[in-house]
Write a protein that binds this ligand. Structure first.
Ligand SMILES: [Zn+2]
Length: 156
């Protein structure tokens, strides 16, 4: 998607907003690349606003007073369909990856990250390339963890 950066620093979806004097327009190619690099992040709000953040900045705190954001986990209680364990972490992967590796009969169920890793490994895919973010649901809060790097080691 393309976004506009307003003079006040607000970054908003271009399709959901009108052009204003002084806007800086980022086309979808630039926007997607900044998102891929982990520099531009979605606020997951209705207006589709975004913010810049590099790994060196502090964790941003967002107080939710009414509507919980749709894509953010608010607690985990259902067991994994494969291993039966209640996961400690929720996560987001791209839809295409999900439908390629998760069998149709459990695609709407909970699958823990270790089991998802196993499903991907079985078909020579790498879950590390598809995790968008991981949620840790703590007490009264959800911490969004964005993957920074993946280390690989030789199997012994
Ligand atoms: Zn599992």
């Amino acid at each position: 998607m393309a976004v506009r950066i307003r003079k006040d620093g607000t970054i908003i979806c271009a399709a959901k907003s009108g052009s204003e004097d002084g806007d800086c327009y980022l086309d979808d190619g630039v926007h997607y690349r900044l998102y891929e690099l982990g520099i531009l992040h979605s606020n997951n709000d209705e207006d589709d606003t975004w913010y810049f953040q590099t790994g060196k900045e502090k964790n941003r705190k967002i107080i939710i007073s009414d509507k919980w954001p749709e894509a953010i986990s608010d607690g985990l209680s259902l067991p994994c369909s494969i291993c039966g364990i209640i996961p400690m972490f929720d996560y987001h992967v791209d839809d295409d990856f999900w439908s390629r590796i998760v069998p149709g009969h459990i695609r709407r169920d909970v699958i823990c990250l270790p089991c998802l890793d196993g499903l991907a490994h079985n078909v020579q895919l790498d879950v590390a390339e598809h995790i968008e973010f991981v949620h840790f649901t703590g007490i009264g809060k959800t911490v969004v963890l964005i993957p920074e790097r993946t280390y690989y080691y030789e199997k012994k």
